[in-house]
Design a protein around this ligand. Structure first.
Ligand code: RAT
Ligand code: ZN
Length: 436
């Protein structure tokens, strides 16, 4: 069928109507042309010193790949941890890439990164790759990697109780327009018993018991860190057993310190719910699992704090539909990302379709969760590849149902989902209007 005749007056400023067989190309083009904001990563700006990970040895020792190593090799975790980083990377390369075709999502990712830099994806050894990464200058490498990934900015995860990170901020790390900070609260909220003394040693009048003075001192601590870091949001990962309200240090500190501080600084709180921490401690960072959470706790948070904004990701596949239902009930809830074990094409596809059908474009479809700089290349490439047919199908259905779809419509939606939904959530008044 020839393309439908262009009627500029009917289409108005939205441009020419696309024929159904032009939609896929238009979606792919706009996904390619739009620079995304990566709203949750574990990357660090260079001014934070040596915290940022990059290069082939870090890519190969990513905990997603370490988990896969122990399934394909006879090495025991205890022996693996005695190896140097290079020996670990060599072992993972040999096991998962040379002896076996790298078909899993995480292994294919390394291949895509090597390929993006024109490096040999079938090498028996890592010599060429190591030489390439060692020859890169970090600042230009970051710019190049972001360009290859199609992102303009990455949002970090910054922990004020991390003994390696906190001093970097305290000595006044320079801000970097390519990176935004996030005040991460896991140690404070989930491990108060182990960390309250760190606050006490810094002069905060806190006790192990979450008294009202303790809560107001934690709020003062958070306010100090908001002024120092200028975070775009605060964040915490939470177990599948998370309950709210709850008689616990976490419940008390959430209500009386974190949520009021988010209001004071006019920033959202990100809740990442559904982790079963350390089901296998022997494999360290790879040892966390997933459990279905009770999202009624989220309902109670959204209804109790209508003046707060929440970014929410849930780890269990079984919780995804419920999350969409809650997003329909609460305009202060922004679902985001297909997190961790969900970031595989089969699951991303299902979740993204469900979200589009239930809440239109009022969500942030993905974040990379990259821990190693170059991972953004494959993670965002895969996101674009997986989501293109889903978006295209949505517009095809719309067109078949009788609404002209134009390239401008597609562009508007893609920019909204991958940039402005987040930007408006963190800066609701346009520019950065935070009080401090
Ligand atoms: O995806 C991951 O790398 C996990 O280990 C977690 O870091 C998770 O993303 C988190 O932010 O807690
Ligand atoms: Zn993360």
């Amino acid at each position: 069928m020839p393309p439908v005749a262009i009627d500029e007056t009917a289409a108005g400023a939205r441009g020419a109507e696309l024929h159904t067989d032009q939609i896929r190309d238009a979606v792919e083009g706009e996904l390619r042309n739009t620079l995304f904001v990566d709203i949750h990563t574990h990357l660090f700006m260079p001014s934070l010193g040596k915290l940022g990970l990059w290069g082939i040895d870090e890519l190969l020792t990513y905990h997603y790949l370490e988990a896969e190593l122990f399934r394909s090799s006879t090495i025991k975790p205890d022996s693996y941890w005695t190896l140097t980083k290079k020996e670990q990377a060599d072992l993972i390369w040999r096991t998962l890439f040379v002896q076996n075709p790298p078909v899993s999502e995480a292994t294919r990712g390394v291949i895509a990164v090597l390929n993006a830099f024109g490096l040999d994806t079938q090498a028996n050894h890592l010599g060429e790759a190591r030489a390439f990464f060692e020859s890169q200058k970090l600042s230009s490498h970051i710019r190049n990697v972001f360009q290859l990934a199609g992102i303009s900015e990455a949002v970090m995860t910054n922990d004020p109780l991390d003994p390696e990170e906190a001093p970097e901020w305290e000595r006044g790390a320079d801000p970097d327009p390519q990176f935004h900070s996030v005040l991460r609260l896991d140690r404070i909220l989930n491990k108060w018993t182990e960390h309250w003394q760190v606050l006490a040693s810094k002069g905060y009048r806190v006790e192990q018991k979450p008294t009202s003075e303790t809560a107001s001192e934690v709020r003062r601590f958070l306010a100090g860190w908001c002024k120092r870091m200028n975070p775009v949001y605060m964040a915490c990962s939470l177990p599948d057993t998370f309950q709210y309200p709850e008689e616990s240090a976490r419940g008390r500190l959430l209500t009386d310190a974190v949520i009021p501080a988010c209001r004071e600084f006019n920033i959202p709180l990100s809740l990442m719910i559904g982790v079963r921490y350390q089901v296998n401690p022997a494999i360290r960072l790879a040892g966390d699992a997933v459990g279905k959470a009770d999202l009624r706790s989220l309902e109670r948070i959204c209804v109790t704090f209508p003046e707060n904004r929440f970014l929410v990701s849930v780890l269990s596949r079984e919780n995804q539909h419920e999350l969409c239902v809650y997003a329909r009930k609460f305009a202060n809830l922004m679902p985001f990302g297909c997190w961790w074990f969900l970031n595989n094409p089969s699951v991303v596809e299902e979740i993204t379709r469900e979200r589009l059908e239930m809440i239109g474009t009022t969500f942030v479809p993905q974040h990379s969760d990259a821990r190693v700089l170059e991972q953004v290349i494959y993670k965002w490439r895969n996101t674009r590849r997986t989501m293109a047919p889903i978006f295209a199908n949505t517009y095809r259905l719309l067109s078949e149902d009788g609404r002209a779809v134009t390239r401008a419509d597609i562009k508007q939606d893609i920019v909204r989902m991958f940039r402005t939904n987040f930007e408006r959530w963190v800066h609701p008044n346009g520019s950065d209007q935070r009080r401090h």
